[in-house]
Design a protein around this ligand. Structure first.
Ligand code: GLU
Length: 452
């Protein structure tokens, strides 16, 4: 399909304007560029989308909240962190997206995550808008009591902005079941409401959904398998490199093992472990989920098959499939070149925006199947939406039912991205497919609801 140059001009002008109005937010620029780079064909084919203001509105958050979070450590010293909630787009449902607690968090990071979330949530086909939040608080090395006091202080401001019909936060890096528990407790105390649907990722006994902790990793492996099936292959017997060792990485390893694949690696900020016999899931869970330890301990306790590579990157380990599951921009051009050299067949993003744009282009040029995070890792937020549905109905589904729904949603996302890419003349390009399919759904709702 030929692209009308005026849609490309419109997108280029918007891109410059966004850079000018949002200085010093490189991750936000990157996330916006990745989407705008793929929209020209759809704006050319459907003139209603080129209406002045539509794409501009989509790139501007509906609301951005920044607040002070003071808290006391165990020695009584006062710390001051910064809290964020970016409510990006609510055309399809209440704002939905996680909270990230990590020292790198700033407004630009939260905006990139919120922007991605809008498209990701649209792709699930469920009724959820997009938002994201967090803080530059570092939970690493903090006691439970410190984490609790921080979460209570954070919620003491956040509670006035959220609600089951308004904005529904969940976890992300640094925010898991423990943090969601403290946040929910403080929300309940302040509001005097037992409002289960205000947060997702809750404990199983008090409103949480089965399979929520597993969902992002499981979903990403299902997406990778769907891409391989398009090429007449599956995951059975394939080797895989996984980065990270948090929730997403752990359940990626679990699903890979269940499907007969061989996950070789895990990592954290200090380096990676490679295990020739395949990652031992029980040991990994014991170290990361129970003891909250470092990944180097895995190699110390596993024996001869495993070794720790300090400071290294998992992408240097030869494998059939790569599943980046740590954080943004963790896989650059050089890493991509190494993976391609070693014959990688599929790369599927468990984290948000882990591959740099140069890495993505390199994979695509080399004919590697590439699943962008907004499609491939949507299983987590999809099961969050199922948690909201269960909360609303005051019921709890069986793990088997949630898993079946998750598999159906991931298959729907894969098919939608695949078909959309074909429809717009980019067969096999899941980046274009995901961006355009997510865009169409949000844009249709925004057009129907008028200029707001
Ligand atoms: N933080 C996750 C994501 O990046 C999940 C968000 C949620 O469950 O709301 O999609």
């Amino acid at each position: 399909m030929t692209t009308r140059p005026d849609s490309q001009n419109q997108l280029d002008a918007l891109r410059s304007e966004i850079e000018r109005r949002n200085p010093a937010q490189p991750e936000f620029h990157q996330a916006v560029h990745e989407v705008l780079d793929t929209l020209a064909p759809v704006l050319a084919a459907r003139p209603e989308y080129a209406e002045p203001g539509l794409v501009e509105r989509l790139c501007e958050p509906e609301r951005q909240v920044i607040f002070r979070v003071p808290w006391q450590d165990d020695q009584g010293r006062v710390h001051v962190n910064r809290g964020f909630r970016v409510e990006f787009n609510s055309a399809l449902g209440p704002y939905k997206g996680g909270l990230r607690f990590h020292p790198s968090v700033n407004l630009g990071i939260v905006k990139f995550l919120g922007f991605e979330q809008v498209f990701k949530n649209a792709l699930t086909g469920l009724g959820i808008g997009g938002g994201k939040g967090g803080s530059d608080f570092d939970p690493h090395g903090r006691s439970d009591a410190e984490v609790m006091r921080f979460c209570q202080s954070f919620m003491t401001e956040l509670y006035r902005h959220i609600g089951e019909h308004t904005d529904v936060p969940a976890g992300d890096i640094g925010v898991g079941g423990r943090e969601i528990g403290y946040l929910f407790g403080q929300y309940r105390r302040i509001t005097n409401r037992w409002e289960a649907g205000v947060l997702t990722g809750k404990g199983l006994g008090w409103g949480g959904s089965a399979i929520r902790p597993e969902a992002t990793g499981y979903g990403n492996v299902l997406f990778a398998e769907a891409m391989l099936r398009e090429r007449g292959e599956d995951l059975e017997g394939q080797t895989a490199v996984v980065s990270g060792s948090g929730n997403v990485a752990i359940y990626t390893v679990e699903k890979l093992l269940a499907l007969g694949a061989n996950p070789l690696t895990c990592s954290d900020s200090s380096g990676y472990v490679v295990d020739d016999k395949g990652i031992d899931l029980d040991l990994l869970k014991q170290i990361k989920e129970v003891e909250r330890g470092r990944i180097s301990e895995y190699a110390e306790r596993r024996g001869a098959s495993a070794r720790f590579v300090p400071g290294g990157r998992v992408w240097e380990v030869p494998a059939d499939v790569a599943l980046p599951s740590a954080t943004q921009n963790e896989l650059d051009e050089n890493d991509a070149a190494a993976l391609v050299r070693n014959g990688v067949k599929a790369v599927s993003e468990g984290a948000n925006m882990p591959a740099t744009p140069e890495a993505v282009h390199l994979f695509q040029r080399a004919g590697v199947a590439f699943g962008p995070g907004k499609a491939a890792n949507a299983g987590g937020v999809a099961v969050s939406a199922l948690e909201m549905a269960q909360n609303h109905a005051r019921t709890a589904w069986s793990p088997a039912r949630v898993e079946e729904e998750l598999a159906g949603i991931m298959s729907h996302i894969h098919t939608t991205c695949h078909e959309t890419a074909e429809r717009y003349g980019a067969p096999g390009d899941y980046v274009t497919g995901a961006n355009i399919a997510g865009f169409e759904r949000v844009a249709d709702a925004m057009l129907a609801q008028g200029v707001i």
